[in-house]
Design a protein around this ligand. Sequence first.
Ligand SMILES: Cc1ncc(COP(=O)(O)O)c(C=O)c1O
Length: 391
Amino acid sequence: MKYDFDTRIDRRGTHSYKLDLMPKDLPEGTLPLWVADMEFACAPQILDAIRERLDHPILGYTLYGDPEYKKTVCGWFARRHGWTIDPDRLCYAPGVVPAIIAILHMLTSPGDGIVLQPPVFATFKEKIESNGRVAAQNPLQCENGNYTMELADLDDKMSRPENKILLICNPHNPVGRVWTKEELAAAAAICRKYDKWVLCDEVHADITRLGADYTPILTAAPDYADRLFVFTSASKAFNIASLMQANIVCPKEQVQPFRQWMADHFAIDGIVPLAREATAAAYTKGAEWLDACRAYLDGNIAYVEGFLREHLPEAVIAPCEGTYLMWVNFGAYFESDTEQERRLQQEARLYFEEGTVFGTGGSGWERINIACPRSMLEEAMQRLLSVCISK
Ligand SMILES: Cc1ncc(COP(=O)(O)O)c(C=O)c1O
């Protein structure tokens, strides 16, 4: 293979969140299969673009989305996902989460409700609450690991005047669903019925199983573009999250207010040049690397699924249609969530993310980051087996 995903890269000394922020009481040698960050070397095309930029010795302030940059972002989504983005609707922020927080402040008041679909990316609830808003719940339905949206309950939640926004995660972290056109259109239709805002986090858009694509919500609900914000970034698919660059597609009348809000509150009105070059390289030269990476991830998922089916048949596996995060329920093998965490961490020396972190419906589940060399997963599966069978 042209790209190497097998080599285990030592991240010590790089101030890695994934490595250095694991709890201090974990045993030596614990495998970090948690936060959504890959153990793979960045695409060479991206590293070359960053190096090339550094050949110019001045790194002063840069423009807010120069026309060429806009073209690369729009071009990627048109070619890869059949989504034509109006370049005049693009806004920028140093990350998806900062952008979501800004929009919460722009559109809502303290005490207003934001509807979430748990189990979901834990930061949503955390930031909604730390910014004085209320995280309202529209839990996903789960049948034997197969997740769907609970639309009747969603209708009820959106009908309540205190709930102002629906926050969708597409593809969904952690349950791995890639929402269909019909599901997205149905959710948007409910919001339209009550005239509510929709924020759709599409940061995992580019990691779907090879041969399958995701549906950009704006292609499923084009007539709701004036009430929809979509959050995109090359950060997850190309593993450049530390460069902190998100591209947000806003309703036309919200473009200027969003930019103004970011400038007024954070004094942010430009793009970090290395982030710009990395994103542009990913979106103009990164497709081949990305597809090789997706093929490798598919192999990792098939390996874990095969292993669990053979050795731990009582584990419930949510079909991983998108993301590199597997969602597996090991509840049948442990007495309680507490015991599950203790044994996985202290005896198996595995650091997954415990399901309860993701809110309602997380008990018994683990989120496993499989974006790592296969040998690391093989080691993880053997360690897992050693604690699951010795109940
Ligand atoms: C669904 C989702 N949104 C946002 C983020 C973080 O985005 P950012 O680092 O751009 O704020 C993550 C990170 O894992 C995520 O899974």
